[in-house]
Design a protein around this ligand. Structure first.
Ligand SMILES: [Zn+2]
Length: 225
Protein backbone atom coordinates (compact mmCIF):
# COMPACT_ATOMS: atom_id res chain seq x y z
CA UNK A 1 0.00 0.00 0.00
CA UNK A 2 1.50 3.25 -1.07
CA UNK A 3 0.89 6.23 1.20
CA UNK A 4 -1.46 9.00 0.11
CA UNK A 5 1.51 11.39 0.12
CA UNK A 6 3.39 9.19 -2.33
CA UNK A 7 0.30 8.93 -4.54
CA UNK A 8 -0.07 12.73 -4.53
CA UNK A 9 3.56 13.13 -5.55
CA UNK A 10 3.12 10.65 -8.39
CA UNK A 11 -0.15 12.20 -9.54
CA UNK A 12 1.63 15.51 -10.00
CA UNK A 13 4.16 13.91 -12.30
CA UNK A 14 2.31 11.07 -14.03
CA UNK A 15 -1.13 10.37 -15.52
CA UNK A 16 -2.00 8.27 -12.49
CA UNK A 17 -5.51 7.65 -11.22
CA UNK A 18 -6.72 5.12 -8.68
CA UNK A 19 -10.26 3.80 -8.85
CA UNK A 20 -12.38 1.41 -6.87
CA UNK A 21 -13.67 -1.71 -8.57
CA UNK A 22 -17.00 -3.38 -7.94
CA UNK A 23 -17.01 -7.04 -8.84
CA UNK A 24 -20.22 -8.43 -10.21
CA UNK A 25 -21.20 -11.08 -12.68
CA UNK A 26 -22.18 -8.45 -15.24
CA UNK A 27 -18.71 -8.13 -16.77
CA UNK A 28 -17.00 -11.49 -17.20
CA UNK A 29 -13.86 -11.08 -15.10
CA UNK A 30 -10.99 -13.50 -14.60
CA UNK A 31 -8.69 -13.45 -11.59
CA UNK A 32 -4.97 -13.88 -12.31
CA UNK A 33 -2.79 -14.92 -9.37
CA UNK A 34 0.89 -14.35 -10.08
CA UNK A 35 3.43 -16.51 -8.25
CA UNK A 36 1.78 -16.66 -4.84
CA UNK A 37 4.08 -19.54 -3.98
CA UNK A 38 6.11 -20.39 -0.90
CA UNK A 39 9.36 -19.37 -2.60
CA UNK A 40 8.25 -15.74 -2.64
CA UNK A 41 5.84 -15.57 0.29
CA UNK A 42 6.57 -18.05 3.06
CA UNK A 43 9.15 -17.15 5.70
CA UNK A 44 12.37 -19.13 5.28
CA UNK A 45 11.29 -20.80 2.03
CA UNK A 46 14.37 -20.08 -0.10
CA UNK A 47 16.51 -17.24 -1.43
CA UNK A 48 13.66 -14.96 -2.50
CA UNK A 49 11.32 -15.64 0.40
CA UNK A 50 11.06 -13.29 3.36
CA UNK A 51 13.54 -13.96 6.15
CA UNK A 52 11.13 -12.63 8.76
CA UNK A 53 7.37 -11.97 8.49
CA UNK A 54 6.79 -9.21 5.94
CA UNK A 55 3.66 -7.06 6.18
CA UNK A 56 3.51 -6.15 2.49
CA UNK A 57 3.65 -9.80 1.45
CA UNK A 58 1.24 -11.00 4.16
CA UNK A 59 -1.28 -8.36 3.10
CA UNK A 60 -0.95 -9.42 -0.54
CA UNK A 61 -1.59 -13.05 0.36
CA UNK A 62 -4.61 -12.16 2.55
CA UNK A 63 -6.18 -10.02 -0.17
CA UNK A 64 -5.52 -12.69 -2.81
CA UNK A 65 -7.13 -15.37 -0.64
CA UNK A 66 -10.22 -13.17 -0.16
CA UNK A 67 -10.53 -12.61 -3.90
CA UNK A 68 -9.92 -16.26 -4.72
CA UNK A 69 -12.76 -17.26 -2.35
CA UNK A 70 -15.18 -14.83 -4.02
CA UNK A 71 -14.23 -16.04 -7.49
CA UNK A 72 -14.53 -19.71 -6.54
CA UNK A 73 -17.85 -19.24 -4.74
CA UNK A 74 -19.20 -17.73 -7.95
CA UNK A 75 -17.39 -20.21 -10.22
CA UNK A 76 -15.69 -17.33 -11.99
CA UNK A 77 -12.47 -18.19 -13.83
CA UNK A 78 -9.12 -18.10 -12.03
CA UNK A 79 -5.66 -18.44 -13.60
CA UNK A 80 -2.86 -19.22 -11.15
CA UNK A 81 0.74 -18.87 -12.33
CA UNK A 82 3.38 -20.75 -10.36
CA UNK A 83 7.05 -19.86 -10.75
CA UNK A 84 8.76 -23.19 -11.35
CA UNK A 85 12.34 -23.63 -12.56
CA UNK A 86 14.41 -26.55 -13.77
CA UNK A 87 17.59 -26.74 -11.63
CA UNK A 88 19.81 -26.68 -14.76
CA UNK A 89 18.25 -23.51 -16.19
CA UNK A 90 19.17 -20.50 -14.03
CA UNK A 91 17.25 -17.22 -14.13
CA UNK A 92 19.86 -14.47 -13.72
CA UNK A 93 20.02 -11.97 -12.06
CA UNK A 94 18.14 -13.99 -9.46
CA UNK A 95 19.59 -16.73 -7.28
CA UNK A 96 18.14 -20.25 -7.63
CA UNK A 97 14.50 -20.26 -6.51
CA UNK A 98 11.21 -22.16 -6.91
CA UNK A 99 12.81 -25.31 -8.32
CA UNK A 100 10.40 -27.81 -9.87
CA UNK A 101 9.00 -30.29 -7.39
CA UNK A 102 10.03 -28.36 -4.26
CA UNK A 103 7.84 -26.71 -1.64
CA UNK A 104 9.04 -23.33 -2.93
CA UNK A 105 7.22 -23.88 -6.22
CA UNK A 106 3.89 -24.72 -4.53
CA UNK A 107 1.03 -22.36 -3.78
CA UNK A 108 1.15 -20.91 -0.27
CA UNK A 109 -0.77 -23.02 2.28
CA UNK A 110 -3.73 -20.59 2.31
CA UNK A 111 -4.24 -21.10 -1.42
CA UNK A 112 -3.51 -24.80 -1.87
CA UNK A 113 -7.23 -25.57 -1.89
CA UNK A 114 -7.31 -23.97 -5.35
CA UNK A 115 -5.73 -27.13 -6.76
CA UNK A 116 -9.09 -28.90 -6.43
CA UNK A 117 -11.33 -26.20 -7.89
CA UNK A 118 -12.91 -26.77 -11.30
CA UNK A 119 -12.87 -23.04 -12.17
CA UNK A 120 -9.11 -22.72 -11.58
CA UNK A 121 -6.43 -23.17 -14.23
CA UNK A 122 -2.95 -23.68 -12.77
CA UNK A 123 0.07 -23.01 -14.96
CA UNK A 124 3.70 -23.61 -14.05
CA UNK A 125 6.02 -21.10 -15.70
CA UNK A 126 9.80 -20.91 -15.87
CA UNK A 127 10.20 -17.26 -16.82
CA UNK A 128 9.22 -13.85 -15.49
CA UNK A 129 6.49 -13.15 -18.03
CA UNK A 130 3.43 -15.31 -17.43
CA UNK A 131 2.20 -14.69 -20.97
CA UNK A 132 5.38 -16.12 -22.46
CA UNK A 133 5.39 -18.76 -19.75
CA UNK A 134 1.96 -19.92 -20.97
CA UNK A 135 3.27 -20.79 -24.43
CA UNK A 136 3.16 -24.45 -25.40
CA UNK A 137 5.67 -26.07 -27.75
CA UNK A 138 3.06 -26.23 -30.53
CA UNK A 139 2.68 -22.43 -30.42
CA UNK A 140 -0.64 -22.39 -28.59
CA UNK A 141 -0.94 -20.32 -25.43
CA UNK A 142 -2.77 -21.55 -22.33
CA UNK A 143 -3.43 -17.99 -21.12
CA UNK A 144 -4.93 -16.96 -24.47
CA UNK A 145 -7.05 -20.12 -24.53
CA UNK A 146 -8.24 -19.40 -20.97
CA UNK A 147 -9.36 -15.88 -21.92
CA UNK A 148 -11.19 -17.07 -25.01
CA UNK A 149 -12.77 -20.21 -23.56
CA UNK A 150 -14.21 -18.23 -20.64
CA UNK A 151 -15.11 -15.17 -22.76
CA UNK A 152 -13.26 -12.96 -20.29
CA UNK A 153 -13.69 -9.22 -20.75
CA UNK A 154 -11.52 -8.08 -17.83
CA UNK A 155 -8.69 -9.59 -15.87
CA UNK A 156 -7.92 -8.65 -12.28
CA UNK A 157 -4.24 -9.22 -11.51
CA UNK A 158 -2.70 -9.75 -8.07
CA UNK A 159 0.48 -11.35 -6.78
CA UNK A 160 4.19 -10.98 -6.51
CA UNK A 161 6.45 -9.36 -7.59
CA UNK A 162 4.72 -6.11 -8.50
CA UNK A 163 7.71 -4.79 -10.43
CA UNK A 164 8.73 -8.01 -12.16
CA UNK A 165 6.29 -10.85 -12.86
CA UNK A 166 3.08 -8.86 -12.29
CA UNK A 167 4.39 -6.00 -14.43
CA UNK A 168 5.62 -8.32 -17.19
CA UNK A 169 2.32 -10.15 -17.45
CA UNK A 170 0.33 -6.91 -17.48
CA UNK A 171 2.52 -5.37 -20.20
CA UNK A 172 2.30 -8.48 -22.36
CA UNK A 173 -1.46 -8.76 -21.85
CA UNK A 174 -1.92 -5.12 -22.86
CA UNK A 175 0.22 -5.58 -25.97
CA UNK A 176 -1.57 -8.80 -26.91
CA UNK A 177 -4.95 -7.14 -26.34
CA UNK A 178 -3.93 -4.15 -28.46
CA UNK A 179 -2.95 -6.49 -31.27
CA UNK A 180 -6.27 -8.31 -31.16
CA UNK A 181 -4.81 -11.53 -29.79
CA UNK A 182 -6.92 -11.66 -26.63
CA UNK A 183 -10.43 -10.94 -27.84
CA UNK A 184 -12.84 -10.44 -26.07
CA UNK A 185 -10.54 -9.04 -23.34
CA UNK A 186 -10.96 -5.30 -22.84
CA UNK A 187 -9.61 -4.32 -19.43
CA UNK A 188 -6.45 -5.26 -17.52
CA UNK A 189 -6.84 -4.26 -13.89
CA UNK A 190 -4.17 -4.39 -11.17
CA UNK A 191 -5.32 -4.45 -7.55
CA UNK A 192 -2.58 -2.54 -5.77
CA UNK A 193 -3.37 -3.89 -2.29
CA UNK A 194 -3.10 -7.40 -3.73
CA UNK A 195 0.47 -6.92 -4.95
CA UNK A 196 3.82 -7.09 -3.19
CA UNK A 197 7.47 -7.50 -3.96
CA UNK A 198 10.35 -9.31 -2.31
CA UNK A 199 13.13 -7.80 -0.27
CA UNK A 200 16.86 -8.38 -0.85
CA UNK A 201 18.71 -5.39 0.61
CA UNK A 202 22.19 -4.72 -0.75
CA UNK A 203 23.96 -6.03 2.37
CA UNK A 204 22.15 -9.36 1.95
CA UNK A 205 22.72 -9.55 -1.81
CA UNK A 206 26.47 -9.08 -1.34
CA UNK A 207 26.59 -12.34 0.59
CA UNK A 208 24.22 -14.32 -1.64
CA UNK A 209 25.61 -16.17 -4.66
CA UNK A 210 23.99 -15.06 -7.93
CA UNK A 211 21.85 -12.34 -6.35
CA UNK A 212 21.52 -8.64 -7.03
CA UNK A 213 20.00 -6.27 -4.53
CA UNK A 214 16.27 -5.66 -4.72
CA UNK A 215 15.19 -3.69 -1.65
CA UNK A 216 11.48 -3.68 -0.98
CA UNK A 217 10.23 -0.11 -0.64
CA UNK A 218 10.55 0.81 3.00
CA UNK A 219 7.36 1.10 5.02
CA UNK A 220 8.64 4.19 6.77
CA UNK A 221 9.25 6.01 3.50
CA UNK A 222 6.38 5.06 1.22
CA UNK A 223 4.09 2.53 2.70
CA UNK A 224 1.41 2.73 5.35
CA UNK A 225 1.29 -0.13 7.83
ZN1 LIG B 1 11.60 -17.28 -11.22
Amino acid sequence: MVSSHAIDVLKNELPLEQESLRLSGDIKTGLVLVDIVNGFCTVGSGCLAPIVPNKQISKMVDESVKLAKVFCENKWPVYALLDSHHPDIPEPPYPPHCLVGTEEAKLVPDLQWLENQSNVTIRNKDCMDGFIGSLEKDGSNVFVDWIKANEIKAILVVGICTDICVLDLVCSALSARNHGLLSPLEDVIVYSHGCATFDIPSHVARNMKGATSHPQVRHSQWVQD
